[in-house]
Design a protein. Structure first.
Length: 270
């Protein structure tokens, strides 16, 4: 379903601000798989999602989604294959438009815009039923501007919009990081429900160890633009948050030793 082959991306190359964000990442995700990407700040996890979404062009490598080579496709063209939820609850929607109008736009994701997106009974009835399932009382507020809602309410609706057309690939970029604990718990429960029900192929980025071990069927751990570990099957099921923390601590300790050795070598030649 998703094939990532040797992708590389360096920002600001040749300058003091150079960042080697992706360094030869290889990753294959089967249809219907729910993969969690875990990493510390600067590990490349969000850059990986942006590369798949088409937010920038790669320096090297290829990306295929649902059998199509999308490496040179711009972001708007990939939108017909991808549903996405951002970290910021106020991204990905039109805040001054109503809940219903935002959903009408979502049903035409990746299509040419025109007058055909107008609200219809065929949309409103299933929309009201689906939103009622959130148990947030929003089914009676479909004419309210989506920008007037809380972050948790908005993120729940954004997840429904992103998955409404059952995309070939669902991208979740730390979509609960900006929420309070109660709202985050509600959105995570909804996330698991939607992905399981619709069997959506999903790539989810998080910094939460607890989310990583409790969700999905695979954990990809990244560090400095590379895939460090790929846990799946029984190995993934046995993992606890403490195990992941220990893995990261081992990486930090090794990097500190490497830096100390480099300093000693530099000192020896001075």
């Amino acid at each position: 379903m998703l094939e990532i082959q040797g992708i590389r991306k360096t920002f600001n190359p040749g300058t003091v601000n150079e960042v080697r964000a992706l360094q030869g990442v290889d990753l294959t995700i089967e249809e219907g798989a729910f993969v969690v990407v875990l990493g510390m700040n600067g590990s490349g996890k969000s850059t990986l999602l942006n590369a798949v979404a088409g937010s920038f062009y790669l320096d090297e490598g290829r990306i295929r989604i649902a059998g199509q080579d999308v490496t040179r496709w711009p972001e708007h063209r990939r939108a017909k294959l991808i549903g996405r939820v951002f970290q910021n609850p106020f991204s990905g929607t039109a805040p001054n438009m109503s809940i219903a109008e935002n959903f009408a736009l979502a049903t035409h994701r990746g299509k040419a815009r025109g007058f055909g997106w107008a609200l219809s009974r065929n949309l409103m009835n299933p929309l009201r039923d689906r939103i009622a399932g959130l148990r947030m009382g929003l089914e009676n507020r479909l004419d309210h501007a989506i920008g007037s809602l809380s972050g948790g309410q908005r993120q729940a609706l954004t997840l429904l919009m992103a998955s409404w057309l059952k995309p070939d690939l669902l991208l979740l970029d730390e979509h609960t990081a900006a929420l309070d604990p109660k709202s985050a718990e509600q959105v995570i429960a909804l996330t698991n429900e939607v992905i399981t029900r619709d069997k959506l192929t999903t790539l989810m980025v998080t910094h939460s160890m607890q989310q990583a071990v409790s969700l999905g069927d695979r954990i990809v751990m990244m560090n400095r633009g590379e895939v460090l570990h790929d846990f799946r099957g029984s190995e993934k099921k046995r993992l606890r948050p403490e195990d992941l923390i220990e893995r990261f601590n081992q990486v930090r300790a090794r990097e500190q030793l490497d830096e100390s050795a480099a300093e000693m070598l530099r000192a020896a030649y001075i």
